[in-house]
Write a protein that binds this ligand. Structure first.
Ligand code: PEP
Ligand code: MN
Length: 347
């Protein structure tokens, strides 16, 4: 159920209704919008709860949430969620550009990439320290040393660090170093990991599983939101189909589809979504055209020698050219690729 407060409901009335919701054994998620405050009441719904809540002070109405996901739904929060963390801002008119290597391989490789993508206009740095690899014999990442290198790159460039966490027991360690925790496609339905990442307090970039439906993605996001963490970015990174000309099939209709159903920002990953460097920039352009709130892209100083995903990584020149094009595309759509610090704080 959603308890919709009247415009101008007082903080005391809102607190009172949060307590009332909790007295019924329901979990209360207050969402303070620009127009109105609503309290999502999650748990078993009973008619008598609804009637009782409806007569509370400052309450406009109590309505059921029809979608299977609750806190993620547009029904609960009509206005888009804007996530601001370090140099990164995504959502509403802000498009984030997260760029960097697939894996952190060395200090030199990561720092040179961070400098190059920053110069070209990236708004956050990506890089995997813990890598989920299909084969146990492939490079597994530098782990804690990789996190230290990413933090050094942030210190030098000011770029927020986005990096993957692959196991719930690593959440605390990764959250100590990173600005945004990435949950990879293979882990989208690792519910203990989602809960632990939700409890970390760090914003989360949640990638769609290659065989997950949109509802499953939104319900996975709901685990994080339900852990009390409102900052979830969804990421379309391609799904597995019969088609083999690309590594995955990148369905960009999921961007406007998700925007209709959720207030959460949607990021697109054209690197994993295509698996071919020459297809990355056209698909990134298309993603911005359909309303993506951000792009996450792999960039490497020398893709040919990359320890992972070199075939889908751009070199520095290609990334610079991509940024020129993507900025124009964002502009056409009435949106901007900006650093968080360039955006004034909300009134
Ligand atoms: C990655 O971002 O490097 C990665 C492993 O992505 P995905 O989980 O989408 O495969
Ligand atoms: Mn990769």
């Amino acid at each position: 159920m959603i308890v919709v407060m009247k415009r101008g409901a007082t903080p005391e009335e809102i607190q009172h209704m949060i307590r009332r919701v909790e007295e019924f054994g329901l979990k209360a998620h207050p969402i303070y919008g620009t127009e109105r405050t609503v309290i999502a009441a999650i748990g078993e719904k009973r008619d008598e709860y609804r009637q009782s809540l409806e007569s509370g002070p400052g309450v406009a109405e109590v309505v059921p949430i029809l979608a299977p996901y609750k806190v993620a739904s547009r029904e609960v929060k009509p206005e888009p969620t804007v996530i601001r963390v370090g140099s990164l801002v995504v959502g509403n008119s802000h498009v984030g550009m997260i760029a960097g290597p697939c894996s952190v391989e060395s200090e030199e490789q990561t720092l040179s990439t961070a400098r190059a993508v920053k110069l070209a206009g990236a708004t956050a740095l990506r890089g995997g320290a813990f890598k989920p690899r299909t084969s146990p014999y492939s490079f597994q990442g530098l782990k804690e040393e990789g996190l230290r290198i990413l933090a050094a790159a942030r210190d030098e460039t000011g770029l927020a660090v986005v990096t993957e966490v692959v196991a719930d027991e690593d959440v605390e360690l990764v959250a100590r170093w990173a600005d945004v925790l990435q949950i990879g496609a293979r882990n989208m339905q690792n519910y203990r990991l989602l809960e632990a990442a939700g409890a970390s307090g760090r914003p989360i970039l949640l990638k769609r599983g290659p065989a997950a439906t949109m509802d499953e993605l939104l319900l996975a996001a709901e685990y994080i939101l339900n852990a009390g963490n409102p900052n979830v970015m969804l990421c379309e990174r391609g799904i597995r189909t019969f088609e083999t000309h690309t590594r995955f099939t990148l369905p960009l209709a999921s961007v406007p589809y998700l925007h209709e159903r959720t207030h959460l920002p949607v990021i697109v990953d054209p690197s994993h979504g295509t698996g071919h460097a020459n297809l990355v920039v056209p698909m990134a352009c298309a993603a911005i055209a359909v309303g993506a709130d951000g792009i996450i892209m792999e960039v490497h100083p020398n893709p040919e020698t990359a320890l992972s995903d070199g075939y889908q990584s751009l070199d520095f020149d290609q990334f610079g050219q991509a940024m020129t094009l993507l900025r124009k595309m964002a502009d056409c759509m009435g949106r901007q690729i900006t650093l968080n610090e360039e955006v004034p704080a909300p009134a």
